[in-house]
Ligand binder design. Sequence first.
Ligand code: GLN
Length: 440
Amino acid sequence: MRDVIRRARLLDERYNIFNALADDAGEVGTGRLAGYAVSVKDNICTKGVQTTAGSRILEGYVPPFDATVVSKCRDEGAFILGKTTQDEFGFGTFNVNTAYGIPRNPHDPERSCGGSSGGAACLTAVADFPHAAISESTGGSISCPASFCGVVGVTPTYGRTSRWGLVDYANSLDKIGVMGKTVEEAALLLSVISGPDEYDSTVLRVPPEDFTESLGGSVEGMRIGVPEEYLLEGVEEMVAERVRSAIDGLQSLGAVVSDVSLPHTGVSLASYYIIAMAEASTNLAKFCGLRYGLHMPLEGNFDEYFSRVRARGFSEEAKRRVILGTFTRMAGYRDAYYLKALRVRTRVIKDFKRAFEEVDVLAAPTMPVVAPRFDEIEEMEPIQHYMMDVLTVAPNLAGIPMISVPCGEVGGMPVGLHLMADHLQEGKMIRAAHAYEVGR
Ligand code: GLN
């Protein structure tokens, strides 16, 4: 593990992966994760190690406790390697909205790793030691970077994993999940971290599952639906082509492929951003310079003090989301925006439920493009950043599980195949992803 830390430091110098890195190997444990280094996205609390969620306002915050998912890993013998970079509080798609350095894509350093869990995906791709990553998604933050960096990312069913110790972005959407170089590694880590937790009343009361049991199964007869809306507008032709040929691959392994329709796809993006920002704006209220992280000399009245701390501690994107989120919940606008967005969300869920009456798994591109270059990102307006999430927000709104698996390259950059399943049906999508990965 001392050697792992040394290698991780070298990788960090090259790619900008960590906000904090272990300096002591400690004792090697025993259990299902013995010998594994596990990295933790920086919005998940780690005892004695600074946890910033990518924000300046949490600078200096050292949690006195481990998040449940972290202690579960320690109990299984994992070595907690460090905290990976992310967009501030998860606000982003390219991991460029961060106070602590932007991770570089391992396939081309001039390109984004994706966000918000960019550091986790980057490390998963480049680690030259046994490693898996704990990550988190609100609207696509596991799938997107997994796709851009060419690794496997699993977002479980909403409520499958405990969120005790997570710095919340939007509580009705946040899910802790995993990344691995292979489907097997991701399935192993997910099995360890999922399951009930007395500290989180929102965890589903279902018995823990061993997802590694879904490995090695066949897709013979499995019904795979291709949502027609997901291969239309905005998806780069070459990306769509790779994904289509991956789906053909599954068909030749015995899966039964058909087209399905998710008619509310087009309005899911607006619904997502309204709900996510509304919840984020209330969650950020607790960061005021008194309890956590950044403090300044107390001068003036409290309102003045809070304003000064928040002006310095939040980035432009966080401020934008506080303002927009507050606006959509204001008396007079609430019906037109926030409540309408909730009604759209119900329709989106019904779309998926209807589709899963006919198919076992849905297959689509994870992202409409390959990882963009930083100079391209700089040219984009915030709304263009948001639009990149067009294929990942709907399943996140519905709380269904999803997995992104690498399915080839375009111009040397990885493309992701997105497989989605009904609530609590992670096993099916892991089986399909593994069958695709190993080609049988
Ligand atoms: N890009 C989306 C957002 O900015 C999703 C991020 C996430 O899942 N944390 O809200």
